[in-house]
Design a protein around this ligand. Structure first.
Ligand code: PEP
Ligand code: MG
Length: 319
């Protein structure tokens, strides 16, 4: 185990070659901020806004949302806050939206698709996010983007609400890379999205065509699978071509073993559960970027997720 001292966990993490890796936290709401900061989070890479929308009879108003987002932004004391727009549908049911009954909800009206199907809900949420102070701290992240048209349609709503609020400085808008199409066409998305955040939970589900809710497939649903890593590599290449950055906010980012591979594929931000942050930072400080890139290329040639983990354990026995 790597020694992760408390003091060091509050410092930024630089690799041995000087590359900085941002280590941030996933948050579900204001109650999670304290633990994130105690563990040394440099901000929030994924705020899952859906928790504010679940288990209630009607949607939260613009002011209620603003209060919620502002509490998180204020709690983070100026550190970056990436707010994901409502990612409902599939396993996260929001009854008042009146989603259609579908045979395959994971392939149906969920994430940004649901938002575009109910644009009033999206519009209200975007307005609340645009009102968070100081402007620029909060960034927008769109879930389940599969086509450029998804992104363009949301951008139109953002532009309209920016105008109506008299905002002239643009807000940063990123997409979740969690559908294989987004990774495969990353260089096109990178022209129009400010950053990418890889959702390895859904990316693994859709790449391996294994339902993340299925208990029968749970041991095969492996985010270390080389097919998933390849798609992350493609996302990073596409982003780099347009000077965009790539983070990972799915559960893969919380496994220290994944950090050298993700960094080696070109990822520069890891958004993890708070408790994993000190160890990830301690590990990052021992890594060399060139070496990570070499091993990541080897990992892509492995035949299974298990082989990938074995490779990492051979090269970095301490993780
Ligand atoms: C993911 O899919 O990896 C992700 C971060 O989003 P969620 O788990 O909320 O679907
Ligand atoms: Mg997801």
């Amino acid at each position: 185990r790597l020694a992760a001292s408390r003091a060091a966990s509050h410092e930024p993490a630089f690799m041995t070659d000087g590359t900085r890796i941002e280590v941030v936290a996933n948050l579900g709401g204001p109650a999670d901020v304290a633990a994130a900061l105690e563990n040394g989070a440099e901000g929030c890479g994924l705020m899952r806004s859906e928790f504010l929308f679940l288990d209630r009879a009607t949607a939260p108003s613009e002011d209620e949302q603003l209060e919620h987002y502002q509490a998180i932004a204020t709690g983070l004391e100026g550190r970056p806050l990436i707010i994901r727009t409502l990612d409902a549908g599939a396993d996260k049911d929001v009854p008042y939206v009146g989603l259609p009954r579908e045979d395959n909800p994971a392939l149906g009206m969920r994430g940004v698709r649901m938002s575009l199907w109910q644009p009033d809900l999206l519009r209200t949420q975007i307005r609340a996010i645009l009102r968070v102070e100081p402007f620029g701290q909060a960034k927008l992240l769109l879930p389940m983007v599969a086509t450029l048209e998804d992104l363009r349609r949301v951008r139109r709503v953002i532009d309209e609400e920016m105008q109506s609020l008299g905002r002239t400085t643009p807000i940063e808008v990123g997409i979740m890379v969690e559908v294989p199409s987004a990774a495969l066409t990353a260089s096109q998305f990178a022209r129009e999205a400010d950053f990418f955040s890889v959702g390895t939970n859904d990316l693994t589900q859709y790449t391996l065509a294994m339902d993340r809710m299925s208990s029968h497939l749970a041991d095969q649903l492996d985010p270390f699978h080389p097919a998933v890593l390849r798609l992350i590599g493609l996302a990073a290449e596409g982003a780099k071509a347009h000077g965009r950055w790539v983070g990972v906010c799915g559960s893969l980012a919380s496994f220290p073993k994944a950090a050298p591979l993700l960094i080696g594929l070109g990822v520069t931000e890891l958004s993890a559960t708070a408790g994993a942050i000190p160890e990830i930072k301690a590990l990052v400080r021992t890594l060399d970027r060139k070496r990570c890139a070499e091993i990541a290329q080897e990992a892509l040639k492995c035949e299974s997720g298990e082989a990938v983990r074995h490779l990492v354990a051979t090269v970095w026995p301490e993780v």
